[in-house]
Design a protein around this ligand. Structure first.
Ligand code: DX5
Ligand code: ZN
Length: 219
């Protein structure tokens, strides 16, 4: 992938005007947008489901990066693929038969990804790397925006990069949680390809300037 991609997390956007937020992101030069789907079980919070994503799909050409923080996500993969998710990311901790779910995502035509909670070992995804478009490293405990980056996740990013290189895989690395203009450069140097940002992005309009500032900080 040429250069770092910023994937703004809609969790920090204005939910009452999602279509307009998506249009504003597109006008600002953003290419990816991050959807945080929460079920109130895997994480202690509830957000949106496939119906909201499907409705917004008609309004946007952005790459929909869908992060499922739900128990047994395999039950809902088809609904999210039909809703127009370009990438579907499931948590390793939430799925017993992870390979099956990853294969199913690919079969349905979306890009498969697996997320790991901060303390979850990288070994859980090692054998799946060739099948994964990306691995998402959670750098906060999932459930809420605006939390502080957990420092050991920088080392975890480096180790994942080494693992991907050693295996000769093309898997990308996405970092999610507590990403800022300050730690973005170190994350990029450690091997991150996609940076998710919620609170450090949406609280600082206009979006074009904020996107440019992020890009300048990480390149
Ligand atoms: C947290 C979500 C993140 C969140 C990031 O559970 O997965 O995507 O929106 O928000 P910030 O950038 O504010 O940490
Ligand atoms: Zn997320």
């Amino acid at each position: 992938m040429a250069g770092i991609v910023l994937s703004p997390s809609l969790l920090s956007a204005d939910f009452s005007r999602l279509a307009r937020e998506l249009a504003a992101l597109e006008e600002a030069g953003v290419s990816w947008v991050h959807w945080d789907v929460m079920d109130g079980r895997f994480v202690p919070n509830i957000t949106m489901g496939p119906a909201v994503i499907a409705a917004c799909r008609k309004e946007s050409k952005l790459f929909f990066d869908v992060h499922l923080m739900i128990e047994k996500p395999g039950r809902f993969i088809e609904q999210f693929a039909d809703a127009g998710a370009d990438l579907i990311c499931v948590h390793a901790e939430a799925e017993t038969h992870l390979e099956r779910t990853v294969s199913e995502i690919a079969r349905l035509g979306a890009r498969p990804a697996v997320a790991l909670n901060p303390h979850t070992p990288l070994a859980l995804v090692e054998y799946l790397l060739p099948q994964l478009h990306l691995v998402l490293i959670m750098s906060v405990n999932p459930g809420f925006g605006g939390q502080k980056f957990i420092p050991f996740c920088l080392d975890k990013t480096r180790r994942l990069k080494d693992m991907i290189t050693a295996r000769g895989a093309a898997t990308l690395i996405e970092i999610d949680g507590g990403v800022t203009l300050k730690n973005g450069a170190a994350l990029a140097a450690a091997g991150a390809d996609i940076l998710v940002s919620g609170s450090a992005f949406f609280a600082f309009p206009p979006y074009r300037q904020r996107h440019d500032a992020f890009m300048a900080a990480v390149s």
